[in-house]
Design a protein around this ligand. Structure first.
Ligand code: SF4
Length: 364
């Protein structure tokens, strides 16, 4: 079988689409996993859960989702919250710009749409952090509209089902896949159809070793027929992750530890963390963090003593973190709002990212 041309979908027979919809929806209705956001049809729940689920596993998301919804049960309550509080509830989920966008989005929904999440794609796409996938998920799951919701998982399923040899990391492929999604989505049950595709991608049509013998769509799957399911989707190799050596400071005053608020721009912006700075490769370990504390906050320290090493991988970067215990010599009289002395017990009241929690766990 040759490479399938994606635009051939426009010529797909209605009975084939009907068969696909029927098989997928029946499978989803019998086999889907229970998730708290699936218990009611609430566009706010769909929005929050879909954003949390980006790059994150369902099991990880569930407790975060429940805490978030408990604290901010409606868009209006979320809009009124402090960003600090939103970030605190997000701490550990990573990709913090998602939380900031949700918060900004809630404010916009209150200002422009009186707290009601819009019911059309054009308006949804104006909301910070809502892209075509999240818009499609909200429209189809919460509003029962036949919109496509195409993310990386769905593109993998489509690549295999329809034998698409196109690089799914390209924006043009995503656009074509969205057209494909619109062509095949069920008009009568778009929610079960789209969730079925997502669930199939998570449970059956997995990135490695897809479980084709248990797949409800194997009878129409072109990749399976051609025996090439393991080589799809086509995806450009990611660039190598850059490694950065970070020096962290452990500074204590009684039972309290110094936390600093990270700058408003860049990686982990506005989150609370142990003082940290990129180290130099001159073999003078601990010197960079001593200088950073002195220059940024007027804190004089000495004798950096290495305590623990940990690493953390972000999307495009790996931090090799080395924590130094520092002796506090003196502090400036200036009251810096971006530093706080916090006991280990109080730390859960702060939005601290996972990279630093790994190190703090060692201190504890
Ligand atoms: S038959 Fe296999 S490759 Fe095709 S959709 Fe199902 S799990 Fe994926």
């Amino acid at each position: 079988m040759g490479a399938y041309k994606i635009n051939d979908w426009q010529n797909l027979k209605t009975e084939d689409i009907n068969e696909l919809q029927h098989a997928l929806i029946s499978w989803f209705e019998k086999n889907h996993r229970q998730m708290p956001w699936r218990e009611t049809i609430n566009p706010y729940y769909t929005w929050i859960s879909e954003v949390m689920l980006q790059q994150t596993r369902v099991d990880t998301v569930i407790p975060y989702f429940l805490r978030f919804i408990d604290k901010f049960p409606t868009v209006k309550q979320l809009a009124k919250a402090d960003e600090e509080e939103v970030l605190r509830l997000w701490a550990g989920l990573g990709y913090y710009s998602r939380a900031k966008n949700i918060h900004r989005g809630a404010k916009l929904i209150c200002e422009v749409y009186d707290g009601k999440i819009p019911e059309n794609q054009k308006e949804l796409l104006k909301i910070p952090g809502i892209g075509s996938y999240t818009a499609g998920a909200i429209l189809s799951i919460a509003y029962e509209k036949p919109a496509a919701a195409v993310d990386g998982n769905v593109m993998r399923v489509f690549s295999r089902l329809f034998l698409v040899y196109k690089d799914i990391s390209e924006g043009s492929t995503k656009k074509e896949m969205e057209k494909l999604g619109e062509a095949v989505v069920s008009a009568t049950n778009p929610s079960a159809f789209n969730q079925g595709l997502m669930e199939l991608g998570a449970l059956i049509c997995t990135p490695n070793s897809p479980k084709c013998s248990s797949c409800p769509l194997s009878f129409i799957c072109r990749a399976r027929r051609a025996g090439v399911q393991e080589s799809l989707p086509v995806k450009k190799k990611k660039e190598a992750v850059k490694s950065v050596n970070m020096e962290l400071g452990l500074l204590q005053k009684g039972d309290k530890v110094l936390l600093t608020k990270r700058p408003p721009e860049g990686l982990l912006a506005n989150l609370w963390a142990l003082p940290a700075v990129e180290g130099t490769a001159d073999g003078n370990a601990g010197r960079s963090i001593v200088l950073e504390l002195q220059e940024s906050y007027g804190i004089e320290t000495s004798d950096p003593e290495p305590v623990v090493e940990k690493s953390h991988v972000f999307t495009h970067m790996k931090w090799n973190m080395q924590l130094f215990r520092l002796k506090l010599l003196s502090m400036s009289d200036i009251d810096y709002p971006e530093i706080q002395w916090v006991s280990l017990k109080e730390m859960d009241q702060y939005a601290i990212p996972t990279a630093f929690l790994k190190v703090i766990k060692e201190i504890k």
